[in-house]
Design a protein around this ligand. Sequence first.
Ligand code: NAD
Length: 487
Amino acid sequence: MERFQQYIDGQFSDGAGRFDSLDPATGQAWASMPDANAGDVDRAVRAADRAFRDPAWAGLTATARGRLLFRLADLVAEAAPRLAALETRDTGKIIRETGAQIAYVADYYRYYAGLADKIEGAHLPIDKPDMEVWLRREPVGVVAAIVPWNSQLFLSAVKLGPALAAGCTVVLKASEDGPAPLLKFARLVDRAGFPPGVVNILTGGPQAGRALTSHPLVAHIAFTGGPDTARHILRASAENLSRTSLELGGKSPFVVFDDADLDSAANAQVAGIFAATGQSCVAGSRLIVQASVHEALLARLVAKANAAAIGVPDRMETEIGPLCTARQRDRIDRIVQDSIAAGAVLRAGGVVPEGPGFFYPPTILDCSDAPDAPCVTQELFGPVLSVLSFDTEEQALHLANDTPFGLASGVFTRSLTRAHRMIRGLRAGVVWVNTYRAVSPMAPFGGHGLSGQGREGGLAAALDYTTVKTVWLRVSDDPIPDPFIMR
Ligand code: NAD
């Protein structure tokens, strides 16, 4: 079995405990992982706090911080095939996806490397003639970054990149499921030459997460995961009044009008729900289709679902790999069966395949007559599409917004005016029109409602890791006048 280590204060070490990681394609243990306890977390946070104030990091110019990030980007690009193979092995995400996604992760680090010395303060045209007033943008402090199992390298890049560009230090907790790629990534951080303690990477479950989010030296918690965990995190942050940014789940609508290019819509819908075997926060899990093309679109989707190549994730021809954990597969199957019992009509998949591994087939449930079925209302985080029908644009918008989530949304139509009306009406952090699932380092990403708060990506994400210091400088040599009058 391969043995991985955690990275604290520039040193690799075993955690307080250890646990086995399972290969989702076989269900067999393949690697031994460190399991951080509260003591490990405390050492990591203290190291990050020391590093935050140490001139080895705090004294670097923003340009020098950017150089370190450029070096990290190059190392990630070079190691991308090996990191992709590890993520595929440890999480079951297909190699076609991990390969492309991790190569793109390097671009996220490049973007924030270039941004490091463009985070500017400001000079104010103040209303007092004898004063100079300006704003300094300063790093907020130690950042606790927590990610879920899917896309751990990607989801940590959108936190580490802006936090380091801003001058913060970071303790990153990988998920207890599939942490191998992040623990290997720690070797690249080390090689890039960041001073000890600037980036610390450990893994462990809720116990390590609680120790991290309730630590009094943490200034900002950057979390990606589910809404229930986010509630715990907000409670923990209340103790120390630490800042939070929350990227949570979704139940994103994918709306198709009858004037749309149905072949394109079908391909985008497949990307939206079956890519990453549905383990994607932006999964377009509710297809909302105009009744007049309901059957035409569904026939295309059923054919694609039935033809999808299910198999071991490390083969390039595989399109649907296993889910990350048996727990996740069993939960998805339970919701599918409950939805069928509630009146949803099974059009594809829905049966756990025989054999080893945590596989679940691409599944389509027609919920036209069961709009309250659990598959319509709950996030499954799996390859399950729920289909709803509408007649009018107003109904489409009502169905699309009928969710406490608000992360992503998609609209397929050839009508420019209708597209604009939908863009205005959809309650979501991202609207994709005649496309789906496109992301970029330059584009802010995030949601509202149960999908979270704050944005990752773009300049705003780096500003999120800063605090504004207002500086007043009196430029007069005259004695200070009457001290009892505020001026
Ligand atoms: P989860 O919330 O169970 O776990 C996420 C992380 O939180 C893990 O590292 C876990 O160890 C940690 N954690 C668990 N309990 C904790 C606690 N009490 N305090 C601190 N940390 C704790 O999420 P999951 O089930 O692993 O991931 C799936 C969820 O993540 C889905 O809801 C999905 O939509 C969401 N997600 C969102 C985005 C986004 O960018 N919006 C991206 C990917 C996934």
